[in-house]
Design a protein around this ligand. Structure first.
Ligand code: ADP
Ligand code: MG
Length: 586
C-alpha cells in the first residue's frame, strides 16, 4: 500500500467519525471547509490547470443558493428539484458568461470575471423578490432517505460525500484524453489545436464545470444555514476562493481541499486571536492574510501541494492493457501528390514572409526546405498546417484545398508537425505528452472521462503513444516528466507525438537542432524507415550534412521566395544557391 493510500484512508476514517466525536463548533468548521473545497476544486480546474483566472466564482455559489432559497420558500418546491433547477440555471448563465468572457485574453479575462461577479452580487441585493440585502430566511431542511438534515452534524455527511465525489470526478477527468487537452490549454493552445483539440470549446466546458460545482456548493450552503443574503457571494468571497485554490496548489485537486482547510482554519483562528491581541475589534485577519499571501507567492508560487506531494512518491502507473489498437487511415498510393502549394503568400504587415511560393511533393518523398534564417520556412509550415491564414494562393493536401481549413481540421486529414521551438507540457509524463498527438483519434468527452467510462478508448490511446515512443527510440522514458528530457530528446518526443496522429505527411521543423552526433544518426535512420513505410516528410533543417544525405529533393528559400528546387546534387552545385546561402558548405 502506498503512503498516499494510507493517508487517504485515515482522512476518510476521520471524516466518517468526526460528527460522532467532535464538538459542534468544529463540525461547522469542517462543513465550511467542505463547501469551500467544492468551489476551489472548480477553480483548480479552471485556473490552476486551464490557466483561466476567475474572481467571479462566488456569484455562481450565490446563483445556486438563491435559486433554492427562492423556490423552496415561495413555491414550496423540494430542495432536490431546486438543486436540479439551480444547476440548470447556472449552466445557462455560465454558458453565456463563458461565451462573452473567454474571448477576452490576458488580464482582460480576470477583469471580465470581476465585472460580472460584481453585477450578479448587486442583482441579488437589489431584487425585491429576493429579499434585498436582508435576504431570504426559513429555508426548509433537506431530507435524505427519510433523515432530516437539520443539524451540522447530519449535514456533514452530505457535504463531504459530494465533495469527495467532485474530487473523484475531477481526478478522473484530469487523467484522460479530455484532461490532457485541458492541461494543454495553458501553453496557449497552439500545440493543442494542431493536434485537433477544440480549445475554445474546452475552455467553455471547464468554465461551466467550475460554475456547476460552485452552484452545488451554494445549494448546500443555503440549506445548511437555512438562510441566504448577498454578503457571502460578493467579490470578496470570489477573491477568497481564488486564494484557497492558489494557497493549496492550483494545479492539484487535493490542493483545493488543503487550501480551503488552511484558509478557513487560519481565518477562524486569527478572528479570535487578533482582536484580543490588539484590544479592539475589526477584520484584522484580512491584513494578515494579505501579507501571508504575498509571502507565499514569493516563496512557493505553486502553493503548498507540491511540498506535500514530495512525501508521497507515486509509483509509475503500468499501462492499461489495450485489447485493440486504434484504426489507421488509408495510405496514399506511391507517387500520388500529397502536398501542393500554388502561389502561397503571407504578409505580416509590410513584411512579405512568403512570396508566391509553389512546390509540390509526392507520397513517400522526403523534401528538404532550406534557406537562411528568416527566409520564411517556419511560416510555410504555419500556412500548410493552418496555424496562420494565407494572404493569397492555395495549399492542397491529397487533392483537397486546405488553406481555408483550421489546423484542427487539417490534422484529422493526416498531416502532423513538430515545432521549431518545442511545445510540450513539462509537468506531464512523456507518455501523456505524446498521447495528445492521438487526441483526434478518440472521441470520448468530458462526462465519460469524469465517470471513467472511457477506459477502453484511453487504453488504446496510451498504447498508441507507447508504441510511437518505442518506434522513435524513447521507449525507456515513457514515465519520465517531459520537462526533464534533454532538448534533443524533447524534439524526438515531438516526432512521436506527431506520429500518434497517424499522419501521411510529417512536417519537421529543425528536428536535428540540439541533437548530438549519434542522436542525429538515429534520427536519420528513423526518418528513412518512415519513408520506406510510405511516409512523406517535409523537413526544415540547417545541418546541411544531415539534409543532403537524407532528402530526395530540396526547395531553397530566400526572402520568402523560391530560389531553387532540385536534387541535392543539383542544389549543391547551383551557383545562385551557393552565393545566397550555402557559402562554403559543399
Ligand atoms: P525561418 O523559419 O525561415 O527562419 P520564419 O518563417 O520564421 O523564417 O520568418 C520569416 C519572416 O517572417 C521573418 O522576417 C520573421 O521575422 C517574420 N515573421 C514570422 N512570423 C511572424 C509573425 N507571427 N508576425 C510577424 N512577423 C513574423
Ligand atoms: Mg524557422
Amino acid at each position: 500500500m502506498t503512503r498516499a493510500r494510507i493517508v487517504l484512508g485515515v482522512f476518510l476514517a476521520f471524516m466518517l467519525v468526526a460528527p460522532l466525536v467532535l464538538p459542534e463548533f468544529q463540525i461547522t468548521l469542517l462543513n465550511y471547509i467542505g463547501l469551500y473545497s467544492i468551489v476551489a476544486m472548480g477553480l483548480v480546474l479552471l485556473t490552476g490547470v486551464g490557466g483561466l483566472t476567475s474572481f467571479g466564482q462566488a456569484a455562481f455559489v450565490g446563483l445556486g443558493a438563491y435559486t433554492t432559497a427562492y423556490l423552496t420558500t415561495v413555491y414550496g418546491v423540494s430542495p432536490w428539484l431546486t438543486l436540479v433547477g439551480g444547476l440548470a440555471l447556472t449552466f445557462v448563465i455560465a454558458l453565456f458568461l463563458g461565451f462573452i468572457s473567454l474571448r477576452l485574453s490576458g488580464h482582460y479575462l480576470p477583469l471580465g470575471t470581476i465585472a460580472w461577479g460584481i453585477s450578479l452580487y448587486f442583482l441579488f441585493g437589489n431584487m425585491e423578490f429576493l429579499g434585498g440585502h436582508t435576504g431570504i430566511s426559513s429555508l426548509p431542511a433537506i431530507s435524505l432517505f427519510g433523515i432530516v438534515l437539520d443539524s451540522g452534524r447530519k449535514f456533514h455527511y452530505l457535504i463531504w460525500t459530494l465533495a469527495l465525489l467532485a474530487l473523484l470526478s475531477m481526478h478522473n477527468l484530469l487523467d484522460s484524453r479530455s484532461g490532457r487537452a485541458i492541461r494543454a490549454l495553458k501553453g496557449g493552445g497552439l500545440m493543442a489545436e494542431s493536434f485537433g483539440v477544440n480549445t475554445a470549446r474546452m475552455k467553455i466546458i471547464i468554465f461551466v464545470y467550475a460554475a456547476l460545482l460552485a452552484s452545488l456548493s451554494g445549494w448546500l450552503y443555503a440549506h445548511l444555514l437555512r438562510f441566504v443574503n448577498p454578503t457571502p457571494f460578493s467579490i470578496n468571497a470570489g477573491i477568497e476562493y481564488l486564494f484557497m485554490a492558489v494557497v493549496g496548489g492550483a494545479a492539484s485537486v487535493w490542493g483545493a481541499v488543503i487550501g480551503a482547510g488552511i484558509l478557513t482554519i487560519l481565518k477562524q483562528w486569527l478572528q479570535d486571536l487578533l482582536p484580543k491581541l490588539l484590544g479592539q475589534s475589526g477584520n484584522f485577519e484580512m491584513i494578515v492574510f494579505g501579507v501571508l499571501l504575498v509571502l507565499l507567492l514569493q516563496r512557493a508560487r505553486d502553493g503548498i501541494m507540491p511540498l506535500v506531494v514530495r512525501y508521497f512518491p507515486s509509483p509509475n502507473k503500468p499501462l492499461p492493457p489495450a485489447t485493440q489498437s486504434l484504426p489507421t487511415r488509408a495510405r496514399p498510393a506511391a507517387g500520388e501528390t500529397v502536398l501542393e502549394l500554388k502561389g502561397a503568400r503571407k504578409t505580416f504587415g509590410g513584411l512579405l514572409a512568403v512570396n508566391d511560393l509553389s512546390f509540390s511533393m509526392d507520397s513517400g518523398e522526403i523534401l528538404g526546405l532550406i534557406g537562411p534564417n528568416g527566409a520564411g520556412k517556419s511560416t510555410v509550415f504555419n500556412l500548410v498546417t493552418g496555424v496562420l491564414p494565407a494572404t493569397g494562393g492555395e495549399v492542397n493536401f491529397r487533392g483537397e484545398r486546405i488553406d481555408i481549413l483550421s489546423s484542427r481540421a487539417i490534422v484529422t486529414r493526416g498531416m502532423a508537425r513538430t515545432f521549431q521551438h518545442v511545445h510540450l507540457l513539462p509537468d506531464m509524463s512523456v507518455l501523456e505528452n505524446v498521447a495528445i498527438g492521438a487526441h483526434q483519434r478518440g472521441d470520448m468527452g468530458v462526462i465519460s472521462a469524469a465517470l471513467h467510462m472511457e477506459r477502453a478508448e484511453e487504453a488504446k490511446l496510451l498504447a498508441e503513444a507507447a508504441r510511437q515512443l518505442e518506434r522513435v527510440g524513447l521507449g525507456d522514458s515513457i514515465h519520465e516528466q517531459a520537462g526533464n528530457l534533454a532538448l534533443g530528446q524533447q524534439r524526438i518526443m515531438e516526432i512521436a507525438r506527431a506520429l500518434c496522429a497517424d499522419p501521411v505527411l510529417l512536417l519537421l521543423d529543425e528536428p536535428a537542432a540540439g541533437l548530438r552526433f549519434q542522436e542525429k544518426r538515429s534520427l536519420a535512420e528513423l526518418l528513412r524507415k518512415l519513408k520506406s513505410e510510405g511516409m512523406s516528410i517535409l523537413l526544415v533543417e540547417h545541418d546541411m550534412d544531415f539534409v543532403m544525405k537524407l532528402v530526395d529533393r530540396l526547395v531553397v528559400m530566400d526572402f520568402g521566395e523560391k530560389l531553387a528546387e532540385g536534387l541535392p546534387k543539383e542544389i549543391q552545385a547551383n551557383p545562385v544557391v551557393l552565393e545566397a546561402y550555402l557559402g562554403g558548405v559543399k
